[in-house]
Structures are given as structure tokens and as C-alpha cells.
Design a binder for this molecule. Structure first.
Ligand SMILES: *Cc1c(COP(=O)(O)O)cnc(C)c1O
Length: 396
């Protein structure tokens, strides 16, 4: 018998493990001998102290994106931040217009929310990206109307790693008097973010994609009279009235620490990940019929280095996933009872259905080692060759 080992984790884009330093901070705010008090309690010292912890984390998250701490609204994650940005902004700005512009390859937290807005009577224009997964400013310009209130386009795509030029896209939105929202859940720590320089009005953030805990995120809401957001969750009027609910001190302190660590080791993390990506790509060179759905090999930096979405021609993605049971990766496909639907993101950039069904997303992170990459490569080569070999006669 062999000892069971954990699979090699190459699914950082789905979630990253929390950094041990983050967990250490989180453990300070839960039990009776600690700072467990409600940060909204104004009547005692313990409440004020908990509030100070929240405010420090607010500064850490704000610093990471060049915002003012007063512009950070805590949420339960990027999904809630996306809902608050789209629904909250569109409902609060009906007099500006009922038109929203977004794209077909946004995260489901945007796609499904935009569909919900359509049912509520808002009108949505769905932009189709190029093969490189990017929306061009000229495309956005052509979609803008007098009644466009908001444009929402993601900074980094979670399945492809493709990068949008959010600064140029925001400029187009503003030319037409619309506000600009970006889902930056995959962008933090991967590309430089500065809400002032890039002129972002609303930005969604997540804790767990950046080595923080799951279940916490934030929406950056620019402090400007034109950027009004209506609450979706009503209660005690926390977070400038935009999001009620007792603040989870441990989650928020963890996200703050994670974002501070991200800033401290931004260069180190990215150099490490770039090295892993190069090693992974070199290791695949000997394997025929491998295509990258992630835009590669250019100086324009059209994709982040931690996500590689690859198509293995002639190999069924689900079978490959099964054959690679010692490597944790994902397909973007959705399983129904009857069949497997290819990833809507891959179809959205024009990938043929058969190639989309042959694709897997590999994503690396801070704790991935060169040994992980080498081991995964050996398993991939073996699995792909095995699945491509025509089945042999049973009797030999
Ligand atoms: C993970 C992710 C989300 C959802 O974030 P949660 O914090 O898990 O709700 C939203 N958008 C993108 C692009 C993501 O990658």
C-alpha cells in the first residue's frame, strides 16, 4: 500500500489557501479572552478596540488599491460586491438611465446579476470579447448610449487570465457620463491597481483569491456625489448605510493582513509565479496538440502568469480530469444531468466546442513549488498519451 498523498493543488484561481500569517491574525478576535466584541458597540472599550481592528484592515485594503479607507465597504465576498455594485448602482441611478454595459465572459456573479436586472426592467448590452479574451475600448465606445448609467468589465478573467485595459475602458465610460465598475477579484496581487490613476468608480474585491479567508470581500465605492449605491441588505445602517450586518472582525482582519502581505511581496510572488509558468510551458513542449486559450508570448502583457487555460486536442477534458486525480485543476464546463456544457467563457472567445471540451485550467500561486510543477507535468504527459492511444485488443 502506498501512503495517500494530497493532490498537487493547481487550482489557485478557484481559491487560494490562506497564508499562515493571515490565520494567525484571525485567531485573535474570536474567544472570550480576546477582542471578540462587536465593532459597532459604542458603549464600551472592547467595542472601540474591535472597531480599531476593522479600521486598520480598511486602511490595508484601501492602500492596496490606492483608495481612501472611507471608500471600502465590507461584504461577504466578491459575489456580494458584484451584486451590490450592479443592482445597488442601477437602482440608485434610474434618472441617469436604465442601460448597463458588460461582457459575455464576466464571472457568473456579474452575468447572473445582469440577467436579474434585465428581469427588473433594466437593459443590458453584452459585449463579445476577442479571441484574446479582451474587450477593446472602441467596442465599448460603439455600445455606449445617452442612457448608459454603468459599465462593468472585469480586470482579469478568472478562466483565461486575460487582462482588460481597465484604465482605457473607464475613460470611455466617463466620456459618455457613465460610471465604471470592475471585478478585480483575480487582479489583486497580479496587476497594479490604483483606483485614482485608473479612474475606477466601483471595484469588487475578494479575500480568498489573495491568500485571505473565504467569506469576506469588499466593494470600493468612490466618494463622489455621482457614485451612489443603494443597499441590498438592510439593518443597522453599517458601512455608510450600504451594507448592514455585524462586521466579522476575524474575517476582515484576515483580509486586511492578506492584502498587506500581497503589497509587501508583490514582486517576489510574481517572479516566483512567472518562473513556474515558464517551467510548465517548457515541460509541455514535447506534447503535441496542446493549445493555449490564454493569450501568451507577447510583450503586451495580455494575461496574468498564474492562469494557464490549455486545450489538449483529441482528449476529453472530463476524462483527463479523472485521469489526473492526483492534480487538482478545473474545467470551466458545467455538468448537467444529461451532458457536459463547455465553458461559456471559452465559447465566448470563439473556441470551437470540441476544443473547449478538451480544455483544463491550471492556476498556480505563492505556495506552488517547482517540484509540484514537475510532478504535475509527468502526470499530464502520461494521462494525455494514455487517453490518445487507440484502445488495444483485449487479449494481450
Ligand atoms: C472568485 C471570483 C468571484 C467570487 O468571489 P467570492 O469572494 O468567492 O464571492 C467573483 N469574480 C471573480 C472574477 C472571481 O474570480
Amino acid at each position: 500500500m502506498t501512503t495517500p498523498t494530497l493532490p498537487i493543488y493547481l487550482d489557485y484561481a478557484a481559491t487560494a489557501p490562506a497564508d499562515a500569517r493571515v490565520v494567525e491574525v484571525m485567531q485573535r478576535y474570536l474567544t472570550v479572552d480576546q477582542l471578540f466584541a462587536n465593532p459597532a458597540s459604542r458603549s464600551h472599550m472592547l467595542g472601540w478596540q474591535a472597531e480599531q481592528v476593522i479600521e486598520q484592515a480598511r486602511r490595508q485594503v484601501a492602500d492596496a488599491i490606492g483608495a481612501d479607507p472611507r471608500e471600502i465597504v465590507w461584504t461577504s465576498g466578491a459575489t456580494e460586491a458584484d451584486n451590490l455594485a450592479l443592482i445597488g448602482f442601477m437602482r440608485a441611478n434610474r434618472e441617469r438611465g436604465l442601460h448597463l454595459v458588460t461582457s459575455t465572459i464576466e464571472h457568473k456573479a456579474i452575468v447572473d446579476t445582469a440577467h436579474a436586472l434585465e428581469k427588473e426592467g433594466f437593459e443590458v448590452t453584452w459585449l463579445t470579447p476577442g479571441q484574446d479574451g479582451r474587450i477593446e475600448p472602441e467596442q465599448l465606445r460603439a455600445a455606449m448610449r445617452d442612457d448608459t448609467a454603468l459599465v462593468s468589465l472585469m480586470a482579469v478573467n478568472n478562466e483565461l487570465g486575460s487582462i482588460n485595459d481597465i484604465s482605457a475602458l473607464a475613460a470611455v465610460a466617463h466620456e459618455f457620463g457613465a460610471a465604471f465598475h470592475t471585478d478585480a477579484a483575480q487582479a489583486v496581487g497580479r496587476i497594479p491597481l490604483d483606483v485614482v490613476a485608473q479612474q475606477i468608480d466601483l471595484m469588487s474585491l475578494s479575500g480568498h483569491k489573495t491568500y485571505g479567508p473565504k467569506g469576506v470581500g469588499a466593494l470600493y465605492v468612490k466618494r463622489h456625489p455621482d457614485i451612489r449605491v443603494e443597499a441590498l441588505i438592510h439593518g443597522g445602517g453599517h458601512e455608510r448605510g450600504m451594507r448592514s450586518g455585524t462586521l466579522p472582525t476575524h474575517q476582515i482582519a484576515g483580509m486586511g493582513e492578506a492584502f498587506a502581505l500581497m503589497q509587501q511581496q508583490y514582486d517576489e510572488d510574481n517572479a516566483h509565479i512567472m518562473g513556474l509558468q515558464q517551467r510548465f510551458l517548457r515541460g509541455l513542449e514535447g506534447l503535441d496538440g496542446v493549445f493555449s486559450n490564454t493569450p501568451l508570448n507577447d510583450t503586451e502583457k495580455r494575461a496574468v502568469p498564474n492562469i494557464l487555460n490549455l486545450a489538449f486536442e483529441g482528449v476529453d477534458g472530463e476524462s483527463l480530469l479523472m485521469a489526473l486525480r492526483d492534480v487538482a485543476v478545473s474545467t470551466g464546463s458545467a455538468c448537467n444531468s444529461a451532458s457536459v456544457d463547455p465553458s461559456y467563457v471559452l465559447l465566448g472567445i470563439g473556441t470551437p466546442r470540441s476544443l473547449a471540451l478538451s480544455s483544463l485550467r491550471f492556476s498556480f500561486g505563492r505556495f506552488t513549488t517547482e517540484a509540484d510543477i514537475d510532478h504535475a507535468l509527468a502526470l499530464i504527459r502520461h494521462a494525455v498519451s494514455g487517453l490518445r492511444t487507440p484502445p488495444r485488443q483485449a487479449a494481450d
